[in-house]
Structure formats: structure tokens, C-alpha cells
Design a protein around this ligand. Sequence first.
Ligand code: NKO
Length: 210
Amino acid sequence: AVYPVLATVAAYLLGSLSFAVIVTRLMGLNDPRTYGSKNPGATNVLRSGSKAAAIVTLLLDAVKGWLPVVLVRWFGKPYGLEDGTIALVGLAAFLGHLWPVFFRFEGGKGVATALGVLLGISGWLGLATAATWLIVAFFFRYSSLASLVAAVFAPVYYLLVSGVVWYAETSIAVAIAIMAMLLAWRHKDNIRRLIEGKESRLGGSKAAPA
Ligand code: NKO
């Protein structure tokens, strides 16, 4: 069948749109790959001082994960696209963000895009994961730590939500687990900085880390 392949390639191309780079370029801001953590992501765009640019980056990076998933969910059936393709397109958009074909395969850490994928799979799953991120970010003021904790919980939430509301789909559970592991691996420098007490905090305080 050609449709699952086409959908997966399209999702990868969409995921390859590195909105941190695109949005800052359109707004005439500095390229996030040149300052802060050098990461093309909403958190690092925030370090440029533009909250608006950070929010737009977060929204668009999430939409590119959400859109392919809901398109397959809502309109895929007549084309023979089932849960396996939902898992594939979600993973493909995520992989596009990490290794974007349009940006020399140098992408981001996948947090916002994974959130979009989760929201596309289930609103409750996305909300629970986002709430986890918010709670950790609120209390600890580290975006990276919040992302890492949320990534640990996301597969658990999927099994809980799907166990209660419908049935767990193995392909989707595997896709979420792969995203969580790749996300954690992309945060290896953040993990080192967290351990060393050198990670930069949210909220713009330039104070030395405690
Ligand atoms: O620049 O290395 P940095 O400090 O910027 O950035 C670390 C950060 C990178 O991620 C981002 C995106 C920020 C998004 C914030 C809201 C996200 C809501 C929570 C979603 C968690 C999804 C995890 C799913 C795993 C499968 O971490």
C-alpha cells in the first residue's frame, strides 16, 4: 500500500520545518542556533527576549506533530490508514524535527513536536503530559528538566488513558516510547548541566545557579 508511505514521507517533511529558525528569521531576530543552548526550540528562542517568537515557535512546532496524526485519524480510514499509520506519521514528524532535511539534518530536541503528536493521539494524553511539564517547570524553573520528566510520564499516561478510555495500541505505545527515549538522548548536554548545576533557568534571571 502506497498511502502509509506517502503519509509518512509527508509527515517527515512537515516535521523538518524548523520553526524556531523560520519564525525568528521572519521576525528579524537572531538565529537561535547561534546563542544560548544553540537549540532551535521554543525555550531557546525565549532567550532571545521575544516571548511572542517563543510562543509562535512552540505552537507551530506542536502543530506539525499534531496535524499529520489527526489527519490520519480523521480521514485515513477510506485509504486504509489505521493505528499503525498514526504511530508512523507521529514518529516521522518527530524525527523530521530532530533531523530536518531542510536544515542539514541539524534539528531540535522534539519536545513541542512530541506534545503535538500526543495531543493528536488523545487530548487527555497531551493535556496530562503538558500539565506535568508545567508543574515541574513551575517548581524547578528548568525547561529541560520539565521536558525530561514529562517524557518519562508520557508512555505511562498513554497506557493509563488508553487502558481506561479505549485499548492500548502497541504501535502507538512503541512510537511514544521511542520519542521519549530520543528526546532524553537529545537532552544529554542539558542533563550534564543539570547535574553540574549549570543549567540556565527559565524566567530570564541571569543569577548564578544555586
Ligand atoms: O534550549 O536546551 P534548551 O534549554 O524548547 O531547551 C530544552 C527544552 C527544549 O524544548 C523546547 C520546547 C519547549 C516546549 C515547552 C512546552 C512543552 C509541554 C510539554 C510537552 C512534553 C512532551 C514530552 C513527550 C515525550 C514523548 O527541553
